[in-house]
Design a protein around this ligand. Sequence first.
Ligand SMILES: [Zn+2]
Ligand SMILES: [Zn+2]
Length: 337
Amino acid sequence: MKPAQFDSWLTVDRKGLYCRPGRFHIDPYGGAKRAVVTHGHSDHARPGHDHVLATRETLGVMTTRLGTPARSGTQAASYGERITMGDVAVTLFPAGHVLGSAQVLIEWQDARVVVSGDYKRAADPTCPPFEPVPCHLFITEATFALPVFQHGDVRQEVAKLLKSRAQFHDRCHVVGVYGLGKCQRLIALLRAAGYDRPIYLHGALIECCALYESYGVRLGELRSATGAKRDQMKGEIVLAPPSAIADRWSRRLPDPLTAFASGWMRVRARARQQGVELPLVISDHADWRELTETIAETGAEEIWVTHGREDALLHHIRMMGRRGRALALVGREDEDQ
Ligand SMILES: [Zn+2]
Ligand SMILES: [Zn+2]
């Protein structure tokens, strides 16, 4: 396939990425006629579409967060199920990012295009692993697309948290986590490390945890931090949205020690700025090595880069002898970085 041919049928309009022969957008801004949604984070799953196709889990997340996923109809697709939309075939594959997250394979004539959505390659007990899909054009995210980003082994980060808890047993460890994905992954990782005490939750995290459990993800005993006695919280682990760890909410906890689970914690200055005492490098996005290896693995001769820092990755893609292009999409401010 000649390079110009992809952008004759995959275009960017004011709602986002549009597949012309399939007559649908992928992760568009609100108000699209037909949308294929990769996952439930708010910069991908927006309200107000007429029709949404997504995994059953993503539709569940959208219902929880938005009330309704679409105005006039939804279609749930299983991973690997080939669905005809207009003149193209659409198949969703696991992206390993959060519950229900999917890559979108679009097949039209002889061309195979994969839109990654957000993804990671590291193991996550709360969702099926990323599945490499051979394609001609790979449209990849690039949140952590700099060689400095190497996320490392999450088990070591969890061990750090447990060690700190053992050392400061009178303090309450309050960990900033994003509500969809990171929160449940950290809980599952703590359980896998043998931590079986109740885990306390800020009110904003409760609903999403219940949703995960309704899809069979076991999280152990969870308790609401609201209304729990101050003394009772000594030595316990409390999870809260990042915005809550630095504000008045955490002051009611006994001598809180603040931690934050994020890929950005690799940047020490950022942890310091945010007043984080215990930075935990736990990311739901691919790091530099995962991005470059995944691009190679797809076999794609052309790569479009979206969602972050394109320059270094585009340079790398050219060094690999492939064609690269930055795809400017509006409104990609990740809620889950
Ligand atoms: Zn995401
Ligand atoms: Zn995103």
